[in-house]
Design a protein around this ligand. Structure first.
Ligand SMILES: [Zn+2]
Length: 541
């Protein structure tokens, strides 16, 4: 790398840390300031292992691609911060795909390894089954743009792993990552939790039954409910810790067509997946899964494709609803929460197969904790029991309503962060993280959560959290925390010592840090992207 280029980049990068920029980041009541982009190296990649406890420093690694890929890399870059991997992706579908695959290759390889063990254990089908099912059911439905992006992710990851990093512990070349691997990754929730159970139901195989996974405690509020009268939105993601500890990509996607998107994501995903989106069209969207949803339509359009297309190409809630409700396959059926900062309007979409029910308001709130909302959906498309006041979904629903009413007129970004880390258990009437609390800790639950087929002391619960409001969204900015937003640290070793019945996760599990809350914004990303572009131009001369 030419010295002149390097010093130019260092200057750009240090601009990102000057007092003016820092001052911009100081929101009222902030907990811990996370400053982005302190590395002088525009290309970065980190090892796939987890950040050691307490080691929250920014990491960056020199890993320049070969010159033939520099056009594809464009102004992309990666920065690791407080457990998050920030990826700036920009350009055509081939470019953004390649950039994602190249910059997150170690993580993509690792999650494919995890699923290679996890899915056969939990669903009795191996990775090859998922690759084939994804290809035959979904590839032709997702269109040229997303086919190219997915193929690009595979190509980028494979290019990155061709070096030493691609060798396994025997020193041999690691298995190639192809487009079907990336497609299966994107579709794994729909396939494992909806398609496979639908096959089992058809075969009358009760032993292999599996319920849709839990995921999330979310809210959106507007009008007289919030401090400034504008939209506030928050979400935390619930899933197995061994999966959720990898849900730490923060993708800043600037596609050649459609709107720019800031979203958290899982390695290799073209969508957020858990889900949390802010777009430069003014939309903010999230969801929670419908507990005990039944049904899957193999002819329908996959959820990951509908949400990506809807969030990228919509200017309004109406546009978004049109795409989301076009022939849903029932995979990953959710209650979606969406807001438009341009109008202050919020909406909830219960996105089933037979029922797609919409509520909208400019003065109110919607909450999500995995409960289906409408009687018709509950009756026709779920086996959920709305009368059981003590199940997790209904308990958290009660807690959300309490918090919304207690904070009416005062809901803001600070309270949003507190809500997502809330530990009040309305069933046991005490402050202690559990399967009933908004920040979920099912690993302490002796009964587990039967609605989700999570057994006693199941190692799952909240794995990350995100919040934003209309003012931050206007600047394409949000706050996010990896792991439990309450700050709790999950030690896999200690958990397995106490619960040897989960020994099967030993090879694919690991620790999960909790927090800190970190602010991400595309403003500095743009400065760093310019530096990355000029660096590559200088390097190629
Ligand atoms: Zn917690």
């Amino acid at each position: 790398m030419p010295k002149a280029a390097l010093s130019r980049i260092s200057r750009f990068a240090s601009l990102g840390l000057n007092s003016a920029s820092r001052a911009r980041f100081f929101c009222a009541g902030l907990i811990i300031l996370g400053v982005l982009f302190v590395s002088p190296h525009p290309l970065g990649s980190a090892a796939a292992d987890s950040t050691p406890k307490g080691a929250l420093a920014t990491r960056s690694h020199r890993a320049a691609p070969d010159s033939s890929s520099s056009d594809l890399m464009g102004s992309a870059f990666r920065r690791d911060r407080n457990g998050w991997i920030y990826l700036h992706l920009e350009g055509t579908p081939d470019q953004v795909g390649y950039q994602h695959g190249y910059l997150a290759a170690p993580e993509i390889r690792e999650v494919i390894r995890v699923f290679g063990e996890y899915l056969p254990h939990t669903t009795k089908h191996d990775w090859q089954f998922y690759r084939q099912a994804a290809h035959s059911m979904f590839w032709d439905k997702i269109g040229d743009e997303y086919q190219r992006e997915i193929a690009g992710i595979a190509r980028g990851a494979d290019a990155r792993l061709k070096g030493d990093a691609g060798k396994n512990h025997n020193g041999r070349r690691a298995a190639k990552i192809d487009a079907d691997d990336v497609l299966a990754l994107n579709a794994w929730i729909e396939l494992a939790q909806y398609y496979v159970p639908s096959l089992q139901a058809r075969l009358g195989d009760p032993e292999l039954h599996q319920s849709p996974p839990p995921s999330c405690s979310a809210f959106i509020a507007t009008g007289s409910w919030t401090r400034d009268g504008k939209i506030v939105i928050g979400h935390n993601n619930w899933i197995d810790y061994l999966i959720g500890r990898h849900w730490n990509l923060m993708i800043d996607l600037k596609p050649a067509a459609g709107h720019r998107i800031l979203m958290d994501a899982f390695p290799g995903f073209i969508h957020s997946g858990d889900d949390f989106y802010v777009t430069d069209a003014g939309l903010m969207a999230t969801e929670t899964t419908i507990t005990q949803f039944k049904g899957f339509d193999p002819a329908g359009l996959p959820e990951f494709y509908r949400i990506r297309k809807a969030i990228q190409y919509s200017d309004s809630i109406d546009d978004w609803l049109k795409v989301m409700t076009e022939h849903p396959n029932g995979g990953y059926a959710n209650d979606w929460l969406i807001g438009d900062r341009k109008t202050g309007e919020i909406a909830r979409l219960e996105n089933g197969i037979k029922n797609n029910i919409v509520e909208r308001t400019k003065d109110g709130y919607y909450v999500g904790s995995n409960f289906p909302v409408n009687d018709k959906t509950i009756r026709e498309e779920t086996s959920f029991d709305p009368g059981n006041a003590n199940n997790s979904a209904n308990a958290r629903h009660r807690r959300w309503d309490q918090l919304m009413n207690e904070h009416r007129g005062r809901i803001d970004i600070v309270s949003a962060r507190r809500f997502e880390a809330d530990h009040y258990d309305v069933v046991r009437k005490r402050q202690s993280g559990s399967g009933n609390t908004l920040c979920g800790h099912v690993e302490v639950e002796s009964p587990g959560l039967p609605e989700w087929d999570w057994g006693k002391f199941y190692p799952g619960g909240t794995v990350n959290a995100k919040v934003t409001d209309a003012s931050m969204a206007e600047k394409m900015s949000l706050w996010a925390s990896v792991g439990h937003p309450c700050g709790a640290y999950f030690s896999a070793r200690q958990f397995l010592a106490r619960h040897p019945e989960y020994a099967w996760i030993r090879k694919i599990s690991g620790d999960m840090q909790g927090g800190p809350w970190t602010q991400f914004s595309i403003t500095l990303a743009d400065e760093t992207a310019r530096a990355a572009r000029s660096h590559r131009q200088a390097a190629s001369r």
